[in-house]
Ligand binder design. Sequence first.
Ligand SMILES: Cc1cc2nc3c(=O)[nH]c(=O)nc-3n(C[C@H](O)[C@H](O)[C@H](O)COP(=O)(O)O)c2cc1C
Length: 364
Amino acid sequence: MSATSAAAKAAVTEPLFEPYQLGPTHLSNRMVMAPMTRSRAIEGNVPNPLAETYYRQRAGAGLIITEASQVSPQGQGYIRTPGIHSPEQIAAWRKITGAVQRAGGKIFLQLWHVGRISHPDFHDGALPVAPSAIAPDGEVFTAQGPKKMVTPRALELSEIPGIVEQFRKGAENAKAAGFDGVEIHGANGYLLDQFTRDGSNHRTDAYGGPVENRVRLPLEVTRAVIDVWGKDRVGYRISPNGPFNSMSDSNPRETFSYLTQRLSELGIVYLHTFDPPSGANHLAPHLRKLFKGTFIVNGGYDKASGNAAIANGEADLVAYGVPFLANPDLPYRFSQEAALNAPDQATFYAGEAKGYTDYPALVG
Ligand SMILES: Cc1cc2nc3c(=O)[nH]c(=O)nc-3n(C[C@H](O)[C@H](O)[C@H](O)COP(=O)(O)O)c2cc1C
């Protein structure tokens, strides 16, 4: 055997390059492109036509999870994020899913409602909604520039079914747009996470207080999305230790163990955990044991630590964010031990092709 073919053989037997069956969805490898907001949507929060190229370039991922996409106008909190609630948005997403699938890739949409991480500028002056009237720290970038976040309005009990319906409709629209499945955004301090963690949920009704109540809305949303897609095409994302967006919980281990067990019972196809292994109180290995479906880890992984996570049984799939943003051909580069492109933070959010579709690839 030549040195080159020996290297190629070694590469294909590494865990990251093994194919994987995610329910009915066949993945060509175990590398997932993590969801990443790129703030390039056009008028009407329609995905940028360039997004078709951007996602197709990354179709070598076993699975692409799209940037978070608001399920309703109420669910928006950043400028130029795409939605999944209008016919124009669905039509634009349909082009993207087709391009990825024709290139041999698989693509899930991330369903999003920001809750309190918003501003009245997005809502004709109305307050953003949240479990409780507790203001997050920090600023949001609106069409009028950066603005301090406000104290949101606590959702009335009677409004909760409407939130579930927003997610259900978003799931239906994602189906019409040709996705392979959907990921419910329960991470990073947005609406479902705001309900889940007790730092942001001070409700005294059936949706607040003990963890059983705090996860009621996330589970209702999950059931509604399962109704649309079937459980084997629905994933859920959590960030159990993430402080981003003024988040806290008095007992993350208890909170996220409970949520994980309930999601496992519902039979969703995967749980996606942003929980960097370097972080204090790293919970992913514990949650992995509580979840019977596919477990995806994310947060600062490279090739070696990704392979190790699968080999050690800590994960089935590994999601890469910034490495995929900057390297459209990341699986190929990993397989060849090739150098990676450096990410350009200045073009992460907003702009056009620069820092979006112009990162060089070694193949394809
Ligand atoms: C530009 C950018 C946008 C992001 N947008 C989202 C998002 O829309 N939804 C989400 O769940 N996480 C989002 N994240 C977090 C990533 O999915 C991922 O958790 C993070 O980059 C850590 O993974 P990494 O170390 O492999 O980059 C974003 C991260 C970046 C850098």
